[in-house]
Design a protein around this ligand. Structure first.
Ligand SMILES: [Zn+2]
Length: 399
């Protein structure tokens, strides 16, 4: 017996093209991602790669060009025909930037990024105190100073990232124990101080977005961030997982086998207590390696041949490897990206990390794609993620 399917009810009040804005937005996103990944790229290639019609691609490219996001590359593509050569399209790197604010425990990093996630300008602002309002006001002032240096560029928006629990939807830092921040309305404060659209996220997720857009993460990816704060993010090709209230990736108190550090929660061997840069610095100070104020000093000491410094870094990398093993058992990602100071700077640390994993898994682990600018990229990536998800929302403004 044939089942009949009732036609959807007609809604005369609804305009016939009501679904078009969503489709336009999705298609514009697809075209911009294609230009990001393949540019310079011909319109005909974009049509082939995306499955959109040539007319639709031409239309979207025109709109994205108007917005200053793409432009025709200067060198014409080889063409056997006559008439106007087909100029391939590429991202427009000249006119637009996004601002980035990353708040770490000892300092804030402000930066301007171009559309490929490259750092145009950057400044580090030490914290005389960690009062949230003053930290965010100094950040807004730092961004304004950077924008004055590049008057030819227009800011599209600002991204804010930090460790701890950051709620993207609410725009708040819900809890950052090391800064002593609770329910800080970072989006509202920065928007009021900069006059720009502001987006916020946790820094592990922000860097997972940066890897997804500009770095190594091709398919599903785990990103592990081990700084003073230790957290993780999981991404597919198109999206980083947030979960309700953006609580995904809070791994500070996962138990680490072999851990010996007491955690403020009362237990021993919690992941953050074990892997925090504070712990590395304290151990380096106790071993007489350096004054223990900056983890980079431990890396410098190891580079200068200090055997204890190198051993401390390798031990930490091994524990990072155990954390990676724990998380990949659950998530089974195609790639693992690690932001950790030893793994970034030293091949022996990367080898120590990989040594904790089975060989097939070990081969998927790489350091961050942004070794020299990871904190500058983290803030801006929050704004760039929004831009690449909805390019038609781009509306250049001035601070
Ligand atoms: Zn704990």
């Amino acid at each position: 017996m044939l089942r009949t399917v009732a036609p959807p009810p007609r809604s005369p009040a609804r305009p016939a093209r009501a679904a078009d804005p969503d489709r336009r937005r999705t298609s514009a996103r697809t075209v911009l991602r294609c230009v990001l990944e393949h540019g310079p790229v011909a319109r005909s290639t974009i049509a082939r790669l995306t499955g959109l019609s040539p007319a639709s691609v031409t239309d979207h490219c025109a709109r994205l060009t108007e917005l200053g996001l793409v432009r025709e590359a200067t060198a014409p593509r080889r063409s056997g025909g006559v008439g106007r050569p087909h100029l391939p399209l590429d991202l427009d790197g000249s006119g637009l930037v996004v601002g980035g604010v990353h708040v770490a425990v000892p300092y804030t990093t402000v930066a301007l990024l171009d559309l490929r996630g490259r750092v145009v300008a950057e400044r580090r602002l030490p914290h005389p105190d960690t009062d949230p309002l003053r930290v965010l006001e100094r950040a807004a002032g730092g961004l304004a100073d950077l924008l004055e240096r590049v008057p030819e560029r227009r800011p599209l928006g600002v991204g804010f990232a930090s460790g701890g629990w950051v709620d993207r939807a609410a725009g708040t830092v819900v809890d950052h124990p090391l800064l002593g921040w609770r329910e800080v309305p970072a989006r509202e404060v920065l928007r009021a101080r900069t006059g720009l659209p502001v987006h916020v996220d946790g820094h592990a997720r922000a860097l997972a977005d940066a890897e997804r857009l500009f770095g190594r993460a091709g398919g599903s990816a785990l990103h592990l961030f081990a700084g003073n704060i230790v957290d993780a993010a999981f991404a597919t090709r198109d999206e980083v997982h947030h979960g309700p209230r953006s609580q995904a990736g809070a791994i500070a108190h996962l138990p680490l086998v072999g851990g010996t550090e007491r955690c403020p929660c009362g237990r021993t061997g919690c992941l953050q207590a074990e892997l925090s840069e504070r712990t590395l610095c304290r151990r380096a100070r106790e071993a007489g390696v350096c004054d223990g104020r900056d983890p980079l000093h431990v890396v410098d000491a190891a580079a200068a041949g200090h055997p204890v410094a190198a051993r401390l870094l390798r031990e930490r990398a091994r524990m990072v490897g155990r954390a990676v093993g724990l998380l990949t058992d659950v998530l089974n990602p195609e790639s693992v990206i690690v932001t950790e100071i030893g793994v970034i700077h030293r091949p022996d640390c990367l080898a120590a990390l990989r040594g904790e994993l089975d060989p097939a898994r070990a081969a998927t682990v790489t350091p961050t794609s942004f070794p020299e600018s990871v904190l500058a990229v983290a803030g801006g990536a929050v704004a760039l993620d929004v831009l690449y998800r909805d390019p038609l929302s781009a509306s250049p403004e001035r601070i």
